[in-house]
Design a protein around this ligand. Structure first.
Ligand code: ADP
Ligand code: MG
Length: 229
């Protein structure tokens, strides 16, 4: 037993014969903020896909709430995944046929039927990201920054234990990037979610309590304060 929500133990990942992750061990606890940096193609997205069991490792084990999830069935996995993880991607991946509030409530449907408190919570979150009154907007009419803030709200709707943000500001201009990053950090703090941030932006990485670098297939702790001395 340990206090990790999610833990990877000795993960190796090969695509064909290319080694992308070598003996990676890593975990996320409650209320932690963690950044992972690494050049494009280093394996960051592969790592978080393995963490959420969206991809299988070649070797190693994955534990969610102390359960070895490699042996769980698909139905149990998708329920647990929806409860534990909220995802934000570089592109917002909103569903164009659904309006703003329907997009936000989409991950809720995996967990349960939509209830009035869920709708109230979605509206409360929309207020917090400065999109009060946007509930019925067609998502095709939103700006890039607005779309990403809807995606942030969607990631929070199940009150996940961990928010995984994979280059969430990579497609935004500098101003929108700062606004969006502050919103992600504040919402995670407010609702008690841990934050795992994948980013190329050192300013944002430094805001996290714990930092790692993924390089040459290895994940290593990184201390920005020491590197600047
Ligand atoms: N499904 C796949 N099949 C083959 N190679 C893949 C696959 N997914 C990722 N890769 C390769 O693995 C490496 C790491 O990719 P990725 O995890 O997306 O990197 P990052 O997110 O750090 O940019 C890249 O060389 C990529 O081409
Ligand atoms: Mg990536």
């Amino acid at each position: 037993m340990n206090d990790y929500i999610v833990e990877l133990k000795n993960i190796q990942k090969k695509f064909e014969n290319v080694l992308v992750l070598k003996n990676v061990s890593f975990g996320v606890r409650d209320h932690e903020t963690i950044s992972i940096c690494g050049s494009s193609g280093a394996g960051k997205t592969t790592l978080i896909n393995i963490m959420g069991l969206l991809e299988l490792p070649t070797h190693g084990n994955i534990f969610w709430e102390d359960q070895n999830v490699i042996i769980c069935n698909a139905k149990k996995l998708s329920q647990m995944r929806a409860k534990i993880f909220g995802y934000i991607f570089q592109r917002c991946h909103l569903i164009p046929e659904l309006n703003v509030i329907e997009n936000i409530l989409f991950p809720k449907r995996i967990m349960s039927k939509i209830s009035i408190p869920d709708i109230e919570f979605a509206k409360e979150l929309l207020q917090l990201v400065h999109l009060g009154g946007f509930e019925n907007r067609n998502v095709g009419t939103l700006s890039g920054g607005e779309s990403q803030r809807v995606a942030v709200v969607r990631a929070m709707i199940n009150r996940p234990r961990i928010v995984i943000a994979d280059e969430p500001t990579g497609s935004l201009d500098e101003k929108s990037a700062h606004i969006t990053m502050d919103i992600i950090i504040n919402l995670c703090r407010e609702y008690g979610s841990s934050l795992l941030l994948i980013t190329h932006n050192q300013l944002f990485a430094k805001k996290m309590q714990i930092s790692y670098i993924l390089n040459n297939s290895e994940l290593k702790p990184f201390d920005y304060a020491k590197s600047e001395q």
